[in-house]
Design a binder for this molecule. Structure first.
Ligand code: SAM
Length: 534
């Protein structure tokens, strides 16, 4: 039997294990498939995705790492899951602790190590470069090491880092432009930045767009800077679809104008279909027969949902709107990157969306109405522009799933940490130094913790409502929408089915409430609900 055939077997078994919620078996199957066929795109993608979900592994076989290294040049692959891989394999390497110790020492000793290439295994790792350039780096120890290396590059300009590790430094600059530089910056660094000639070192600390036109930069960074300038100019092009006149909407608008959120990399693995086929497969009891559906992404933010819809339903007409022009700029740029030119982006408020005059077959609205003063009014406004028999996919925060965020906010309030960029940095340091068992520590494992805008969203949000499944039931009833089920991890679905075998459709929200009491982190990201209008 050939390697390829054995790999295909492992892959098929792993897919079945993943569907059944057995992530451990899925992980081992995908890794075995990848180790046997490191060039296979589907094996790479699935291995990467599952490595970003499961935890607990500390090292990976060389063949798997080679497979992943081969995958990072694919611009269509979402590299965010790679962040956890990089954290696990570097922070758990025995050589990592040696770097941490040495970085606490004198600059000459640091330079000595750099000169002898003792840290090249880390500094030259292509997987680390790829995460920094395209995703959000997660990992407090890795961040601390890179923060100290950045400091060394700034305060010791003759360092070998600048001559021998340009790829790493370029990747670090790109990371800062994605995350808006939440890492610690000491006073002596700020002072030095005031006097140096702008260039690559400055780009490790400050957004590319703020550097003077004349700044000499490596090509990659120059192009990234040009793209940022073009994007800023485009912000005024988006049409106003509705007025934004509600006081809370204006407050929320100001937040997301300043802090567009979330950044994201790419969407891979979408199988294009029609809405009719999708409904037939996902909700066989519903009937749906539309040719050119009209779809709305409400509060589209930086556009991940809208782009996903565009790739999934190529025949659909899509309108996407948000309060924040800065977010729309990001969304439109991402749509273009995914070759979607037909999405109509505009500025609007859900509260006034009825004035648009259109009615939709599908509305997607994730992580939005819980930022409204009266989320139920927002949901009613959306329900009113859904066609009869229309569908909605709604994402909302869970009260139990957000317990770490609630604990973190309580600490920040108690310590009077201000809602500013400096306050966010201060809050990060305070949260990182908490004991591992502290209830607020959970926020540190999220990508939000590693971006400035994400932290504003996570712990300084100006407006947020959270739900339990029982409260969801009331909310849906108030907008006359029927619950069709959650989109959840296969493992959550399987656990629910074991607990409530009589509820095959998984639509009993009282059961889900009991389920969540036992598994409070089941919806730590968000509830994703499918709803139907009769
Ligand atoms: C956390 S982001 C989520 C963005 C996007 N839906 C996603 O899933 O990536 C929340 C977004 O909701 C938008 N938003 C909040 N209230 C809104 C309203 N009343 N009308 C339109 N957009 C709103 C904000 O401007 C922000 O971009």
């Amino acid at each position: 039997v050939s390697d390829a055939a054995v790999a295909a077997d492992h892959y098929a078994n792993a897919l079945a294990a993943k569907r059944g919620g057995d992530l451990k078996a899925a992980l081992s199957g995908f890794l075995m498939a990848l180790a046997l066929s490191p060039d296979h795109p589907a094996y790479r993608r699935e291995a990467l995705n599952i490595l970003g979900i499961v935890s607990g592994y500390k090292a990976l076989p060389a063949a798997v790492l080679d497979g992943l290294r081969g995958a990072i040049s694919d611009p269509a692959l979402d590299l965010q899951p790679l962040s956890l891989v990089v954290r696990n394999i570097t922070e758990n390497d025995t050589r990592f602790a040696e770097i941490e110790t040495a970085l606490a020492g004198a600059p000459d000793a640091i330079e000595h190590q750099l000169k002898h290439g003792a840290w090249d295994w880390l500094l030259n790792e292509p997987l680390l470069h790829a995460v920094l350039a395209r995703a959000i780096l997660i990992g407090t120890r890795l961040e601390a090491v890179l923060t100290k290396l950045r400091r060394h590059a700034l305060l010791h300009p003759s360092t070998i880092l600048l001559s021998r590790h340009e790829r790493l430094l370029i990747a670090l600059a790109l990371q800062g432009n994605t995350t808006r530089f939440p890492w610690a910056e000491a006073l002596d660094e700020t002072k030095r930045l005031d006097v140096i000639t702008p260039g690559l070192t400055m780009a490790l600390y400050r957004p590319l767009i703020t550097l003077p036109d004349t700044t000499a930069l490596p090509d990659v960074l120059r192009l990234a800077r040009d793209a940022q300038i073009e994007a800023r100019e485009r912000a005024s092009y988006f049409p106003a679809l509705t007025p934004v006149d509600d006081a809370t909407s204006q407050k929320v608008q100001a937040q997301y104008e300043q802090f567009p959120y979330p950044p994201w990399d790419a969407i891979a693995d979408v199988t294009p279909t029609s809405l009719t086929e999708f409904v037939k497969a996902r909700f066989p009891r519903l009937s749906c027969d539309v040719n050119e559906p009209l779809i709305l992404s409400a509060g589209c933010g930086t556009g991940r949902g809208a782009v996903m819809l565009g790739l999934t339903f190529p025949e659909a007409k899509i309108i996407a709107f948000d309060l924040s022009r800065a977010s729309l700029v990001y969304a439109a740029m991402k749509a273009e990157q995914h070759n979607l030119r037909g999405i109509a982006f505009g500025v609007g408020d859900i509260l006034n969306i009825g004035t648009l005059g259109d009615h939709f077959d599908l509305i997607e609205c994730s992580g939005v109405i819980h930022h409204m003063h009266d989320p139920a009014a927002g949901l009613r406004a959306l329900a009113s522009i859904l066609k009869p028999n229309g569908l909605m996919r709604l994402g909302l925060y869970s009260e139990r799933g957000r317990s770490a965020v609630i604990a973190a906010r309580a600490l920040i309030a108690a310590q009077h940490i201000p809602d500013s960029d400096a306050g966010v940095r201060q809050a990060r340091q305070m949260l990182t130094s908490l004991p591992p068992t502290h209830p607020a520590r959970g926020v540190i494992d999220t990508p939000e913790f590693f971006t400035l805008d994400g932290l504003h969203d996570l712990i300084f949000n100006v407006q947020e409502t959270r739900y339990t499944p029982r409260q969801l039931k009331e909310l849906l009833a108030s907008a006359s929408l029927t619950f069709l089920g959650f989109d959840t991890d296969a493992s959550v679905k399987a656990a629910y089915a074991r607990s409530f075998p009589d509820d095959a459709s998984g639509t009993n929200l009282d059961n889900w409430d009991r389920f969540e009491q036992n598994q409070p982190q089941a919806f730590s990201e968000m509830y994703q609900l499918w709803l139907h209008k009769a």
